[in-house]
Design a protein around this ligand. Structure first.
Ligand SMILES: [Fe+2]
Length: 478
């Protein structure tokens, strides 16, 4: 006799955080759940991510489509307060009025009849990252202009052209701030018959003071870049985007992306001063969302790290996240590239760690310069990668090639670890991460000593309600 047993696999608990729209909360004193806030932690943590993936009973098409909501946690005098607000984009306001999705986005088409869909191919979701300027916070999305918000209340002021006359200003979500000059470097891809890579230089206030456009050989997507010494470095992945299905409303942007490894990865290096193209060559295929950091070594070579994938399956996994059920395995690992910018040569491409990870970051004072530690969100060693989100955070030591990770319990989901230098001791640093606790369906802010990640966090703060795992954040010292 043959017995067939069916066993349903329980959904991983991270999906609870994304199942329903996250509620906003006003400025609230945060309860200290354990430990104490370090005295030298003075400033504000800002984080961005999709807070709403469902409207009118309908899910978005991709995790990248959710409406951006900003968390601000302000630390002062041993206490912390938090506020969580949706960015009041035109898209968010119009869709709130009718309580259904109207706009298309990265992974979804606009809804409604032909008339309703007109001009709504892409709604600015303002959901990817934040940039803290002296007088305002920018909520960033990579397909259009930033939104300006009040630094304290997170009230949305409106779209922000950064003083530029470029229309539209396509401003990516990964600007780089030179720790010496304070100048801000960024880029944006203009979609059209002739796709272009826009480069922007802003002063400390955010005002664009220089920009250029470089023709691209094909429409592609670029999520991040590097500011390395006197260079700006781009790695264009071997993907091709079919524009016609997007234009005719037959397929979303994400669905129109084709992985074409035969194209190879195109490396473009620009001079940071005059924004001229220094190097442009093609090498082996890979995909990356994010770079960690880079510097120019004594031989004049560009040394950088990144989280590298073997293909574009990572996009399918991220699409599945929005549904709450994932099945695609996408392994991203920390790699190092060495590029010779004068001979158009990739000198080496080496895997640094075998742990699947994402969101590489370094101390803000070391951006573009030689550094030792890359901080990462890391999968737990036994994680089923097709089903899980990152379950811990870690620090990769480039001197010893050792990865130190925090010891998080099962069903806890941290976000990108952000390094903050202690205000009173430049040799001390703190790591801030927002943790979703799937066991208790609550969110907390955890603070680690950056040199003691393997120990318990020095402080845990309770948030008033769940803040879902998001994408990127920043720190503004007060
Ligand atoms: Fe990103």
């Amino acid at each position: 006799m043959t017995t067939t047993t069916s066993r349903s696999i329980a959904k991983p608990l991270w999906q609870q955080a994304l199942a329903t729209p996250a509620p906003e909360f006003p400025q609230t004193q945060l309860q200290i759940l354990a430990g104490a806030i370090p005295d030298g932690l003075r400033g504000t943590l800002y984080r961005n991510g999709p807070g709403r993936l469902e409207r009118g009973g309908k899910r978005v098409g991709h995790w990248f489509d959710g409406d951006g909501a900003i968390l601000a946690v302000k630390f002062a005098d041993g206490a912390a307060s938090g506020v969580y607000r949706y960015v009041q984009t035109k898209k968010y306001q119009e869709e709130t009025q009718v309580d259904r999705w109207l706009y298309g986005n990265y992974g979804m088409l606009p809804s409604g009849n032909l008339w309703e869909c007109w001009g709504k191919s892409f709604g600015n979701a303002a959901n990817t990252s934040v940039l803290a300027l002296p007088d305002r916070l920018l909520a960033l999305w990579e397909g259009a202009e930033p939104h300006a918000l009040d630094l304290d209340t997170l009230a949305t002021i409106g779209t922000d052209s950064l003083g530029s006359d470029l229309t539209p200003l396509v401003y990516s979500a990964h600007p780089k701030v030179d720790p010496i000059s304070g100048y801000i470097y960024n880029f944006g891809i203009s979609i059209g018959a002739q796709p272009k890579l826009n480069l922007y230089v802003s002063d400390r206030s955010g005002k664009v003071i220089k920009s250029t456009q470089t023709k691209l050989p094909r429409l592609t997507t670029v999520h991040d870049f590097l500011m390395v010494g006197n260079y700006l470095v781009f790695c264009l992945p071997p993907i091709e985007i079919q524009p016609l299905p997007i234009l005719f409303g037959l397929a979303s942007y994400s669905e129109s992306i084709k992985w074409k490894p035969e194209l190879g990865t195109q490396i473009m290096v620009f001079d940071r001063e005059d924004l001229s193209l220094v190097t442009n060559f093609t090498t082996e295929p890979w995909y990356q969302w994010h770079f960690g950091n880079g510097f120019v070594d004594a031989d004049g070579n560009i040394v950088c790290d990144l989280v590298r994938y073997r293909d574009f399956d990572t996009n399918e996994f991220l699409r599945e996240v929005a549904s709450g059920t994932t099945q695609t395995e996408a392994i991203g690992a920390l790699w190092q590239l060495i590029i010779n910018p004068t001979t158009d040569k990739l000198i080496s491409c080496e895997q640094l760690s075998d742990r699947s990870c994402e969101f590489p970051l370094v101390e803000s004072s070391q951006v573009g310069q030689e550094w030792r530690y890359t901080y990462l969100a890391v999968h737990k060693p036994n994680a089923v990668l097709s089903r899980e989100l990152v379950g811990t955070i870690g620090r990769f030591d480039r001197h010893t090639n050792n990865l130190t990770t925090a010891d998080l319990a099962s069903h806890l989901y941290p976000t990108e670890p952000i390094h903050v230098v202690d205000k009173f001791d430049a040799n001390r640093g703190w790591i801030l991460t927002v943790v979703y606790d799937g066991n208790n369906h609550q969110s907390e802010v955890w603070i680690y000593d950056c040199d003691r990640l393997e120990e318990s966090p020095v402080c845990r703060l309770g948030l008033p309600s769940v803040v879902p795992m998001g994408f990127h954040g920043t720190w503004k010292t007060s």
